[in-house]
Write a protein of this length. Structure first.
Length: 386
């Protein structure tokens, strides 16, 4: 589960330190550079709507093998592209392939565990994701700094090949009973409609989309803010990302600690205080002018630690909670939840492409917006329907 869920951070975080150099080398605009992320995530979100029902029909294992094979292929081609347009195309293919791994990881959780236990297991899996994220950003900074952005992207192919090898060697099918009607048009629409209007799914998907929207704001804007505004080297930026991942891992451990004591709904409510405190502090420091001096990086990082601790609670609770009511159609529920998360990321990326202006304020405004959404969702929808 950690390797499959880790496809997201390794495909984005390892790649981020190489983004400014890639843009310069290929002569691309800021909008094109952002498209290498937003197109990947839009493809990732849309593909889940296909992979989810496919996995309900044919099982998790065959979908995982096909998806990871395509991921390795697209990752290799990304290292050889001659232009930014070609890179955008193959990053899109990479996003499609990534969808198979992540949607099956969430679905197999429901195959094997009941919802409350599944939340704790998801938290363990996301701790592994945090470890992968810890390694990804510094490694991306070192590889892009020493060898260039193409070698940094080659590391994605290596990660994908290791994951594919483990799946072939060890992974056993988790779906007890395949659904022969999962791909029938009328049944599929009926399933999605049933899932989409379930209040528990709505509550946890709103939390997941808001929490990921905040994370993606940081992921998409941070390399330009830290490297171009604050003057960090690619290696220093990678270390900053490393520290963010440590805060996230701390959040996942805290999640597992408090779940048996307070339950899922109250855990989300408590974590929302961390989220809102972090974005409020970041906004105050930015408007006080702290972000314009040499130590401005800390004015962003310290509030982000608070946000990431909250994120470490919100993600396992929301991802397991969204599929909890649907043991027979976990693939479709996981797919729709993942699609909504990527819609928020795509909208954020499109906005950032037009708003990044050489200051910290696009990052700050985006984080503040999503932080308020997270807190409101946690204190209303999740409290009522979670």
């Amino acid at each position: 589960m950690s390797l499959l869920l880790g496809l997201q951070p390794v495909t984005t975080d390892l790649y981020l330190p190489a983004l400014p150099g890639m843009r310069s080398d290929l002569g691309a605009s800021m909008v094109q550079a952002q498209l290498t992320l937003t197109a990947l995530l839009l493809a990732f979100g849309l593909s889940q709507l296909v992979w989810g029902p496919l996995s309900d029909r044919f099982g998790r294992r065959p979908i995982l093998l096909v998806g990871m094979g395509l991921y390795v292929l697209s990752s290799v081609v990304c290292t050889m592209v001659p232009s930014m347009d070609a890179l955008i195309v193959w990053r899109t293919v990479q996003g499609v392939a990534m969808g198979a791994g992540v949607v099956c990881a969430r679905a197999l959780l429901r195959d094997l565990y009941k919802p409350v236990e599944g939340t704790r297991v998801m938290s363990k899996g996301l701790t592994g994701l945090g470890v992968i994220a810890c390694v990804s950003a510094p490694l991306g900074g070192l590889l892009s700094g020493w060898f260039g952005w193409r070698i940094a992207l080659l590391a994605l192919a290596v990660f994908g090949a290791i994951t594919l090898g483990l799946l072939v060697w060890r992974f056993e099918e988790t779906l007890a009973e395949r659904n022969p009607d999962a791909l029938r048009g009328s049944d599929l629409v009926r399933t999605w409609w049933t899932v989409a209007r379930h209040p528990t799914f709505v509550a946890y998907s709103a939390l997941a989309a808001s929490s990921y929207g905040g994370l993606f704001t940081f992921l998409a804007a941070s390399s330009f803010v830290f490297i171009q505004v604050f003057g960090y080297s690619t290696a220093s930026y990678g270390l900053a990302m490393f520290s963010m991942s440590l805060a996230y891992i701390a959040g996942t451990f805290w999640c597992r600690h408090i779940l048996p004591k307070v339950g899922i709904k109250r855990a989300v409510g408590l974590a929302s205080f961390f989220t809102l405190s972090g974005v409020a502090l970041m906004t105050v420091l930015a408007y006080a002018g702290v972000g314009r001096v040499w130590y401005g990086g800390w004015a962003v990082m310290v509030p982000l630690y608070l946000f990431m601790i909250g994120h470490g609670v919100h993600q396992p609770c929301s991802q397991s909670g969204a599929v909890g009511p649907f043991p027979q159609t976990a693939g479709a529920a996981s797919a729709l939840n993942g699609f909504l998360m990527m819609v928020s990321a795509f909208a954020t990326g499109a906005w950032l492409g037009k708003s990044l202006d050489g200051t910290v304020f696009a990052l700050v405004h985006g984080m503040a917006f999503w932080g308020v959404c997270i807190a409101l969702t946690g204190w209303t929808l999740v409290k009522r329907h979670g």
